[in-house]
Ligand binder design. Structure first.
Ligand code: SF4
Length: 338
C-alpha cells in the first residue's frame, strides 16, 4: 500500500498532539478525528487490519482534510502527515472503494474541455477557471501586457489530490504537451495549486517541463506601482508557504510597492486559506469551506475596512462567496495601484 511509505510518520503522529491547533478543519469542526494524530491512529489500525481501509468514518475523515501542510511545516521533525493523507486516498482508489461523490468530482475533472492557446510571446500565462473568476487573470493581463495564454482545461492536480494518480499523470502529460507546444521559455501561473503541480507534483509523476515556472508574484517582482499599497493583511498560501519552503515573492512584491503588512489572526502558523491545499474541498464538503471562511472573517481586525490580499485565486473566490471581507488577489491590488 502507498501508506506503507509513511510508517515512520504513522508511528510518530499517532501519539503526538503538538500540531492539533494547526488543523484548519479541526478548528471548525472541533473533532479530534480531524488532526494528524487521530488520522495516523486510524491508519495504524489499517496497517494491522487492512479491511479497515474502506471504513466509512475513515474515508470521510480523509477526504475532508484541508491538506494545508501547516502541521508538517511546523512539526519539529516535519513528519509527512500531509503526504500520508494523499497516499491513503491513492490506496482507496487502487482498492476501487472511492465513494460516489468523489467519483463524480473526478468525472467532472475528466470531462473538462481541452486547453486552448492564444496570443504571442516568450511567456505563457495559465488562465485557469479560478484565476479568471477571482479577477487575477484580468489584472495580470493589465500588468504584464503581451503574453500567450492557455485557458479552459484541467491540469491533473485535482485528480492527483483525489487519489486518481494514473489518470492524473495522463492529464498532466497533456497539460505539459500544451505548454510545450507554445514554445514559451517561461510559464506563469496565479493558481497556487497549478504552481505546485508544475514544480513538485510533475516530478512525483515522473514528468517534466522544460520551461521555467513562476507564480505571478515572482514574474511581477520588478513592477513599480504609482501609488503605495499601504496597510494590508496578507493571508499566506498553503501551496506557496507550506509546500514550497516559504516562497518569498508574494510578500516581497507587496513590500516593494509600499505595502505595510499587518499580522492577521492569532499566530503566523495557521492556514487562513479556506482549504486551498485540498483544491476541491468546495466540491467535496462546501459547508466546511463556508465554516473556514467564517473562521477567517471572525479574525479580521475591522472586517468592513481591512484590505485582505491573497496569492491564491481559490482563496479569494471562497472568501468573496461566504464573507463580506474586502479581499483582493495580489495581481488586482498591484493593477489598481499602477
Ligand atoms: S506532524 Fe509532527 S507535530 Fe504533528 S502530530 Fe505528527 S509528529 Fe506531532
Amino acid at each position: 500500500m502507498n501508506i506503507d511509505k509513511y510508517t515512520e510518520t504513522i508511528k510518530a503522529c499517532r501519539f503526538c498532539f503538538m500540531c492539533r491547533h494547526l488543523s484548519a478543519i479541526g478548528n471548525v469542526t472541533f473533532t479530534e478525528a480531524d488532526t494528524p494524530r487521530v488520522r495516523a491512529s486510524m491508519l495504524y489500525g489499517v496497517t494491522m487490519f487492512p479491511e479497515r481501509l474502506t471504513s466509512d468514518d475513515l474515508v470521510k475523515t480523509m477526504y475532508r482534510s484541508d491538506l494545508s501542510a501547516c502541521c508538517r511545516r511546523n512539526c519539529v521533525n516535519h513528519y509527512e502527515e500531509n503526504a500520508l493523507n494523499l497516499a491513503y486516498r491513492a490506496d482507496l482508489v487502487e482498492a476501487g472503494a472511492v465513494p460516489e461523490n468523489i467519483k463524480a468530482i473526478a468525472a467532472e475533472l475528466k470531462g473538462m474541455p481541452a486547453w486552448s492557446v492564444s496570443g504571442k510571446g516568450e511567456v505563457v500565462y495559465v488562465a485557469d477557471n479560478y484565476s479568471v473568476q477571482s479577477g487575477a487573470a484580468a489584472a495580470f493581463a493589465k500588468l504584464a501586457g503581451g503574453v500567450q495564454t492557455v485557458k479552459g482545461g484541467s491540469c491533473g492536480k485535482g485528480l492527483w489530490v483525489l487519489g486518481f494518480r494514473e489518470e492524473a499523470r495522463k492529464m498532466a502529460q497533456t497539460f505539459v504537451d500544451v505548454l510545450e507546444s507554445t514554445g514559451a521559455a517561461t510559464v506563469v501561473v496565479s493558481h497556487t495549486g497549478i504552481y505546485d503541480l508544475l514544480v513538485n507534483t510533475l516530478l512525483e509523476m515522473g514528468l517534466s517541463l522544460k520551461a521555467k515556472v513562476m507564480h505571478s508574484s515572482e514574474y511581477l517582482a520588478k513592477i513599480k506601482t504609482a501609488k503605495k499599497l499601504g496597510k494590508v493583511y496578507y493571508l499566506e498560501s498553503d501551496f506557496l508557504r507550506n509546500y514550497n519552503d516559504d516562497y518569498p515573492f508574494p510578500k516581497a512584491v507587496l513590500e516593494t510597492n509600499g505595502a505595510m503588512l499587518q499580522p492577521f489572526g492569532t499566530n503566523d502558523e495557521e492556514s487562513y486559506s479556506c482549504g486551498e491545499g485540498a483544491l476541491l474541498l468546495d466540491k467535496i464538503e462546501p459547508e466546511l469551506v463556508e465554516k473556514l471562511a467564517k473562521y477567517i472573517e471572525a479574525r479580521a481586525d475591522n472586517p468592513s475596512n481591512d484590505v485582505i490580499v491573497v496569492a491564491s485565486p481559490y482563496t479569494k473566490v471562497q472568501l468573496k462567496k461566504y464573507t463580506s471581507l474586502n479581499v483582493k488577489t495580489i495581481e488586482e491590488l498591484l493593477a489598481e495601484a499602477l
